[in-house]
Design a protein around this ligand. Structure first.
Ligand SMILES: Nc1nc2c(c(=O)[nH]1)N[C@H]1C(S)=C(S)[C@@H](COP(=O)(O)O)O[C@H]1N2
Ligand SMILES: [Mo]
Length: 322
């Protein structure tokens, strides 16, 4: 049964190759593969820079940083944030960035449907032109107890909700990733409930922090980080940050998300960060910074309580932190 399978986030840190060793190995492999002439002529590119240059949205970036959102830790180096990923469509381990390059980003259509005035379909490039792009530095905390700090580019989810014109009966916004088992080997593993699905309440969706990510480090967001658009809700665990979205569905009923379907005792709907509420199998009191390897204390709401805590004040009897 699928719940007995080991997933990436069940692997202990010590079993994961440290970034430095891994990258050295990769570079060595590259040198050996390319031969002396090529490697002498070419700068060693990060795994994303060559790709970003060919993305049709590349000219939109960089965008202006919104300085309202600050994090009291340094930015994670780009190379680390773009080579240490969770994206089960491409494998249940952290080094999926090469396999993820198989994702085809154009054409990319986004459907907005459900309880809305009128269902709509957008081509990603048309949507990008309509939206007010800005950059925001956010902390990202995975439920597996690792974290990073990255400059996302994108637009507020509220702008998309306004465009969608949901009806009064819409209570949840459900977001779904692409589904294409030909491209994504993980989707041939049929015990997973594809497509990857996540949801927010409407009041969370229009919170000022909820952000639709389209860029990273002043460039289009790399495929492995969820191109061409993914969610960022920094007060919640990383698994809520659904990647490579093709559908925004306004619903009356609470959706059951991907991880909740697999293991509802461990991954709930709310998934707000709280150092005092442990995962059934590990502590959430601290987190490992993926750049330095250092452990740092985890903050309630991942440090974003001023923006979000009041949304939950009246919710009694809900498991807000798992
Ligand atoms: N479609 C999809 N979205 C996903 C995931 C996934 O496996 N598939 N993993 C989630 C998890 S667990 C985390 S921590 C973040 C990781 O984002 P990053 O790779 O940009 O750091 O993506 C989230 N979004
Ligand atoms: Mo995660």
């Amino acid at each position: 049964m699928f719940v007995h399978r080991r997933r990436g986030w069940e692997i202990h840190d010590s079993q994961i190759t440290p970034e430095s060793v891994f990258l050295q190995r990769r570079q060595l492999a590259k040198v050996l593969a390319a031969g002396p002439i090529l490697t002498a002529a070419l700068p060693v590119l990060g795994p994303t820079s060559a790709l970003a240059a060919t993305d049709p949205s590349a000219s939109l970036y960089p965008v202006k940083r919104n300085l309202k959102y600050k994090v009291d830790r340094p930015l994670t180096p780009e190379r680390i944030a773009t080579t240490y990923n969770n994206f089960y469509e491409f494998g249940s381990h952290k080094r999926i960035y090469q396999t993820a390059q198989r994702l085809k980003l154009r054409p990319w259509m986004i459907t907005i449907d459900g309880a809305v005035e009128r269902p709509m379909k957008f081509d990603i490039d048309d949507l990008l032109k309509r939206m007010p792009l800005e950059e925001r530095v956010y902390a990202h905390r995975c439920v597996e107890a690792w974290s990073m700090v990255v400059p996302w580019s994108g637009f507020s989810l509220k702008a998309l909700v306004d465009l969608a014109k949901p009806l009064g009966k819409a209570k949840y916004l459900v977001m779904q990733s692409f589904q294409d088992p030909k491209v994504a080997p993980g989707q041939r593993q049929t015990w997973y409930p594809w497509p990857y699905t996540e949801g927010l309440t409407m009041f969370e969706a229009v919170n000022e922090l909820s952000f639709v990510v389209t860029g990273l480090y002043g460039k289009p967001v790399p495929k492995q980080n969820g191109a061409p658009l993914r969610l960022a809700v920094p007060w919640k665990y990383g698994f809520k940050h659904v990647k490579s979205i093709v559908r925004f569905h306004f619903a009356e009923k609470r959706p059951i998300s991907f991880w909740e379907k697999l293991q509802r005792r461990e991954y709930g709907f709310w998934a707000n960060v709280n150092p005092k509420v442990d995962h059934p199998r590990w502590s959430q009191a601290s987190e490992r910074d993926i750049a330095t390897g250092k452990r740092i204390p985890t903050k309630i709401w991942n440090g974003y309580g001023d923006y979000v805590a009041s949304m939950y004040a009246s919710l009694k009897g809900e498991k807000l932190f798992m």
